[in-house]
Design a binder for this molecule. Sequence first.
Ligand code: SF4
Ligand code: MG
Length: 321
Amino acid sequence: MVLEMKDLCVDFTGMRGKVQALRNVSLSIHKGEILGVVGESGSGKSVTALSILGLLGSNAHISKGEISYLGRDLLSLGKKEMQSLRGKKIGMVFQEPMTALHPTMKVGNQLAEVIKRHREVSKREANLLAVQALREVHIHDPELVAKKYPFELSGGMRQRIVIALAMSAPPDLLIADEPTTALDVTIQQEILQLIKELNSKRGTSVLLITHDLGVVSKVCDRVMVMYAGEVVEEGKTEAVLNAPSHPYTEALLHALPDRADPGQPLQAIPGEVPDLQNRPVGCAFASRCSKAMDICSVSAPALEPVSGNRSAACWLRGTRH
Ligand code: SF4
Ligand code: MG
């Protein structure tokens, strides 16, 4: 097991008081596996990632739970230890590549600097390895690109460079939070393909956060669906997408473009994510669920095994819709 999270609860304290951003979130990532975390914005996907990376802000508080990385308890690590783990053992790729790049430093130098931090190599060797790293993320003419500044490159190129930076240590786990959301559709496919290729070539485990089940179906071995800070369904990608056990997963699938009639606008899921400050007593999805029953607004269903290796948190669980 590369990463294991158990019953994580995270609260945020804001102007309006305390908000429970994560409620009993558990997940595991095996060696070489790609786990997709899917859900609308505000479902807790990014908070889950930031918790693992030790990058939650000072207004966040982990009130319960455990995170272990290759058997090490991450929540007991000091700032320095966590810092050295990040980048070296756990790589990060975010939505906007510019946030991860130094704006006034040539990309080759940025890569060489990171490589020197992780490996005992000379400056010359680091420069050669930087060009090699660019080649591995399929950048044509890497010698030329190494001499460019980030602003001289396209968004897709920048994201490739961020991936090269993240993979340079190389890490055992790559956390990618909406890595393709800001890119053109064709570039999105290429970046996803690249992540999948690095995963299979190097055996790097990946936590891939996305709001798009289409992305999950193309890339992920397993998927975890989040709603209002909770895991509502989890299982092997094919099983979950072929026959979802949770009405929210089903609604996300119906919102996929290729399911919609050609020329028709995308079907959005009616209603809104509940205000986490005033979390409903029962199932958080009840106000938007077409299958809601009396019990749903009274009592919240727990995440429980449905069949095989999958789980769902729904009073209808185990039944076919
Ligand atoms: Fe819908 Fe009830 Fe299942 Fe919640 S528990 S998803 S409201 S059927
Ligand atoms: Mg997010």
